[in-house]
Design a protein around this ligand. Structure first.
Ligand SMILES: NC(=O)c1ccc[n+]([C@@H]2O[C@H](COP(=O)([O-])OP(=O)(O)OC[C@H]3O[C@@H](n4cnc5c(N)ncnc54)[C@H](O)[C@@H]3O)[C@@H](O)[C@H]2O)c1
Length: 208
């Protein structure tokens, strides 16, 4: 029997993966998809109720829980609207695009008493669990430092496909590096200081 009614906001690159997982899970019922690109999404998901306005999806399809897979800049607003309706959320990373909106979202989820989970899937990988256990048991010894290099070159098409990725609130730090930042915080501990030099010289986007 299907026990959890789920809605999805944003049926893009990652939203489609979430939709496939929902379809494959025996307990989950997809009750609605919200995407501004409603016509195309409806054609790709002929059995689903598709809404152009995510608030209409929340009010009419009445999901128990929602997966927020919209552009980063919309996460806070989407999450607050879910919280106001008592709907639990799995919110894609980054939690939001700015600290202020993250604070507002956390307050809204606490006030509503809903459950929330961020799409930092690496926390659930076995290798990460093993590393944490080794560190906690002291089997690696006292950790005095971590040396890590993260380097990536996203193809041009990645930015052309979704212009929000090139704007403030997008960019490779919040979209991609955030996974490694979360991984370090989760396995090693909280960050106390950051130093950085950013440049947009490579592509000339408003973001780094
Ligand atoms: N956890 C992961 O590994 C992972 C991987 C990829 C992306 N993400 C995150 O998922 C989110 C989406 O990324 P993506 O690459 O799938 O982006 P995308 O651009 O491919 O998809 C976003 C979708 O949201 C829709 N959308 C835009 N405005 C909307 C609105 N107002 N209401 C409803 N739908 C709207 C777009 O039409 C599009 O279909 C981002 O926050 C990204 O950081 C997470």
């Amino acid at each position: 029997m299907k026990t959890i009614a789920i809605g999805v906001i944003g049926a893009g690159l990652i939203g489609r993966k979430h939709l496939a997982k929902i379809a494959a899970h025996p307990d989950f019922e997809l009750v609605g998809i919200a995407d501004v690109n409603a016509e195309q999404v409806a054609a790709q998901n002929p059995d689903a109720r598709v809404f152009a306005d995510y608030r209409a999806m929340l009010d009419e399809a009445r999901p128990d829980a929602v997966i927020i897979a919209s552009p980063n800049q919309l996460h806070a607003e989407n999450g607050v609207e879910c919280a106001r309706r008592g709907i639990h959320i799995l919110i894609e990373k980054p939690v939001t695009d700015r600290l202020e909106t993250a604070t507002a979202l956390i307050e809204a989820t606490r006030a509503a008493g809903i459950r929330s989970l961020v799409g930092h899937h690496r926390r659930h990988h076995r290798q990460v669990a093993t590393l944490r256990a080794l560190l906690n048991e002291g089997r690696i010894g006292d950790l005095v430092g971590v040396s890590a290099i993260w380097a990536v070159h996203k193809p041009e098409a990645y930015f052309k496909a979704a212009p929000w990725r090139t704007q403030a609130g997008g960019g490779p730090v919040l979209i991609n590096l955030i996974h490694e930042i979360d991984f370090l915080r989760f396995s090693v501990g909280e960050i106390v200081a950051v130093g950085a030099v950013l440049s947009n010289r490579r592509r000339g986007f408003p973001v780094e």
